[in-house]
Design a protein around this ligand. Structure first.
Ligand code: GTP
Ligand code: MG
Length: 475
């Protein structure tokens, strides 16, 4: 019964403040909505816009973005002179001024307040407190509604006014939070909701429910992300491309084309998986701007990627010898009567890469069956079990960027900020030996198509990936 009641009436918060202080940014981050309009030009938001937050299709919370104050002094003076019952003050103000364009913003921004929305005041804590700020805060105090101040210092390097802001805000608000609209993590968003819970006893039950729902939803997202990563590993590790070649002279070209197609396929699988992760965390519109130093800016098959996330030194040396083909280029020669000539042609076709053939773990030639005149070339599945670790690490690093990319961010990341912990050597490098061994077995089972064995091992690896995702998201 209680739950149905809560869902029927989700708590509503209006985000108010001076123009251009970051109100819309706070809304975007809290509602995880990258469609919110944010701009460096003051006066971007002119009308109230509602941003419902839904979990499993049920609205649990609503934020209302509002335009900034325009006439705070006149508004305050009017309110102070109002002689009717206090509860009518705001609705009377709107009724009196609704045809006066000078009070257009005030009538608009006080609309949700008249309807009883909780108040979240947003201000830039990196500039000095001005008198007009105190006036705006006093207007909000006179509404007598539950209210919180969010101090969002836009310039993190200038915190000298922070104490002044706190002192002033304390006079007008029940709760004050320092909150970075552009870099707030999941944990910080939850903390903010926790403190919203404190500003009014009537909201405690509803917000406790919301916070619980948020936590469950987050767990669900982690579980789905683990599922996406496992699916990627499975399909990419088992992937191969093949082609029958009738003309031995073209063999080199065909092998090259297949190797390229193979790589493009895996890259596409990885990009699709990353996009799904991004979407699950509600980043729908803007591209994730990776820090310039991120390893994810490197191609999946680049030597640097494998050097950092996958290969040990010995393997890398061999890979370098393989002429850039890091994954198993495997050739099935389905020839019934493989003539010496064709075989020689094949040897030649392998060209520079042939040095690695037979010696390199990643590139083995397999010759079998000999039907006349045709060569079946197959590239993949990958021979090198590091493929699994590279894919998992890259997905984990990507996840780390996704969850730390607040929905209000529209700018380029600053160098040195937001680097994922796994950028240096990958997360899986720190996994226990026995777990790594399980991963290798899993990889082999995929390659060999041992479905049952694969399923047995999969549960354990999924758990490890889930645990790692949790560690990253709680970091
Ligand atoms: N560097 C930095 N910029 C911020 C931060 N928060 C907001 N901004 C920028 O400040 C500008 C104004 O942000 P908005 O969120 O649009 O501000 P607003 O209060 O909604 O503005 P109006 O709708 O015009 O009243 C935008 O360019 C934001 O990117 C922050 O924490 N750090
Ligand atoms: Mg705005």
């Amino acid at each position: 019964m209680e739950e149905i009641h809560l869902i029927d009436k989700p708590p509503v918060f209006a985000i108010l403040g001076h123009p251009n202080e970051g109100k819309s940014s706070v809304v975007a981050t809290l509602a995880e909505d990258d469609s919110v309009r944010i701009s460096p030009t003051p006066g971007e938001t002119l009308k109230c816009l509602e941003y419902p937050v839904s979990i499993d299709g049920v609205e649990v919370l609503r934020f209302i973005d509002t335009p900034g104050f325009q006439q705070p002094r006149h508004t305050l003076a009017w309110m102070q002179n109002f002689e009717g019952p206090g509860a009518n003050c705001i609705s009377e103000f709107i009724r009196t001024h609704h045809n006066n364009p000078d009070f257009g913003h005030e009538c608009e921004l006080l609309g949700p307040v008249a309807d009883g929305a909780g108040i979240i005041f947003v201000t830039d804590g990196s500039r000095p407190v001005r008198q007009t700020d105190s006036v705006e805060m006093e207007v909000l105090r006179l509404t007598a509604l539950p209210r919180m101040a969010i101090i969002n210092p836009k310039d993190k390097s200038d915190l000298r006014y922070l104490e002044d802001w706190k002192a002033e805000a304390r006079k007008h608000f029940n709760t004050i939070r320092i909150f970075d609209a552009q870099r707030a993590t999941y944990a910080e968003r939850i903390e903010l909701l926790e403190s919203l819970k404190m500003i009014d006893p009537d909201w405690q039950a509803a917000l406790t429910y919301v916070i619980d729902a948020f936590k469950q939803d987050w767990e669900q997202r982690i579980a789905e992300t683990a599922g996406i990563i496992m699916e990627l590993v499975e399909t990419a590790s088992g992937h191969s491309v093949k082609k029958t070649c009738r003309d031995s002279a073209r063999m080199d070209r065909v092998r090259q084309e297949l190797a390229e197609k193979y790589q493009a396929d895996i890259q596409h699988m990885e990009q699709t998986a990353h996009k799904r992760i991004k979407k699950r965390f509600k980043h729908n519109i803007f591209n994730l701007e990776l820090p310039t130093q991120s390893i994810l800016n490197e191609d999946l098959f680049s030597a640097r990627t494998w050097k950092i996330l996958g290969l040990n030194r010995w393997q890398l040396a061999t890979a370098a010898g393989a002429g850039g083909v890091l994954v198993g280029a495997k050739i099935d020669l389905a020839l019934a009567g493989l003539s010496f000539g064709v075989f020689t042609a094949l040897g030649g076709a392998l060209g520079a890469g042939s040095a690695a053939w037979g010696t390199d773990r990643m590139a083995k030639a397999k010759i079998r069956g000999l039907p006349v005149g045709r060569v079946k070339i197959r590239v993949g599945p990958a021979q090198n079990d590091q493929m699994l670790f590279v894919l998992v690490d890259r997905a984990l690093i990507y996840f780390s960027h996704v969850i730390n990319w607040a929905h209000s961010r529209r700018d380029q990341p600053q160098p040195g900020i937001n680097t994922a912990a796994g950028e240096k050597s990958g997360y899986t490098a720190a996994w226990e030996g026995s777990l790594k061994q399980t991963c290798r077995r899993f990889f082999r089972a995929i390659r060999k198509g041992h479905t049952q064995r694969m399923e047995e091992l999969k549960t354990q690896i999924t758990e490890a990936v889930t645990a790692q995702l949790n560690i990253i998201s709680n970091a």
